[in-house]
Design a protein around this ligand. Structure first.
Ligand SMILES: C[S@@+](CC[C@H](N)C(=O)[O-])C[C@H]1O[C@@H](n2cnc3c(N)ncnc32)[C@H](O)[C@@H]1O
Length: 322
């Protein structure tokens, strides 16, 4: 385990739950890791919304610009007599689904799934004030785990924008897609936004913005650990580090220790060498054919593909192979 070892055995207390267990496990691992799903407390969700407003963050703008065309094309495909239910995974601020709701007149209900309760409740409240006829079901859930929805006669259209699937490795992405197929049921569809492979400078800028918002988003995970798990991280003693790993086809985000230090979390001590990092996020990039092959392995057939300007982002319509 070299010097990067926990100085006490990891025995998570039951009441601290999964977050504590995952953090202790991740900080004991070599290299140290934290799951990106823990970025999203309410402050982290606000930071993410701020990232979406940055000119460098092309995934958000490109997908948003592409969606009206996608929605227009879908109006011809989705006219099921019993109506439609949209189910969004990793719902966030719900700005993108509005484009679908305005175009697809037969949507009767909308289920929004997100891990961050506060942000989900607020986003659904805003949506409700705009779509009074729509039944909205907020669902606080970790989408990496199976979920059973209440039976419906309506055709289900899953929606997974933002290339959030890129945060999962290949095996996890396949598992997510298989689970989504079970959640959405037979004859369902999934509209999914996936970031494409592109020249490194564009990727670098997107994850290293000039105003340092992405750096604050990344470091917020330490602040959250301090607040919720009695952590003693000093965020200023860690630096945001994001780069494109071409061999693995992913942007990696890390928090790099600026000095040799020992940090306590819930009474457990973790040693960091100077320059040692915590790997906090991967964002996998896919060529359209790569993604379509992965989806096929998980039981989804690609019915249609849209590419955003300069092929910066893709949206695929998948149909579940029953
Ligand atoms: C990259 S943001 C995308 C937000 C929005 N869908 C968009 O496209 O702009 C990821 C969203 O997924 C949520 N999220 C991340 N991991 C999750 C998980 N394991 N289960 C459920 N929601 C998750 C976050 O809270 C956040 O709202």
């Amino acid at each position: 385990m070299s010097q990067a070892q926990a100085l006490r055995a990891v025995e998570p207390l039951q009441e601290h739950g999964e977050f504590l267990a995952d953090v202790l496990h991740g900080l004991q691992a070599e290299p140290k890791t934290l799951s990106p799903k823990y970025f999203y407390d309410s402050k982290g969700s606000q930071y993410f919304d701020e990232i979406c407003g940055l000119s460098e963050y092309y995934p958000y703008h490109t997908e948003l610009e592409l969606l009206p065309q996608v929605a227009h094309d879908l109006t011809r495909q989705f006219n099921p007599p019993g109506g439609l239910e949209i189910v969004e995974f990793g719902a966030g601020s719900l700005r993108k689904v509005g484009i679908l709701l305005r175009a697809l007149k037969k949507v009767r209900s909308f289920t929004a799934i997100d891990i961050c309760r506060e942000h989900l409740v607020e986003s659904c409240r805003v949506l409700e004030s705009q779509y009074r006829e729509l039944t909205i079901n907020p669902c606080v859930h970790d989408f990496t785990k199976p979920l059973t929805l209440i039976d419906t006669e309506r055709t289900r259209l899953g929606f997974f924008p933002g290339s959030t699937i890129g945060n999962l490795n290949r095996d996890e992405a396949r598992e997510f897609l298989r689970n989504a197929g079970k959640t959405l049921g037979p004859s369902s569809y999934l509209l999914i936004g996936v970031d494409t492979k592109k020249p490194e400078p564009i990727l670098h800028r997107a994850y290293n913005d000039a105003r340092g918002v992405t750096a604050r988003f990344n470091k917020n995970i330490l602040t959250r650990i301090n607040r919720e798990l009695d952590g003693k991280f000093i965020p200023e003693q860690f630096a945001h580090h994001a780069f494109y790993n071409e061999e693995k086809g992913r942007v990696e985000m890390h928090l790099r220790s600026l000095k040799a230090q020992t940090v306590e979390v819930a009474g457990h001590r973790f040693f960091f060498e100077r320059g040692e990092s915590i790997h906090t996020e991967n964002s996998y990039k896919y060529r359209p054919a790569e993604f379509s092959a992965l989806a096929k392995q998980a039981g989804w057939e690609t019915k249609r593909l849209w590419l955003g300007k300069e092929d910066l982002f893709s949206i695929s319509l998948l149909r579940h192979v029953d």
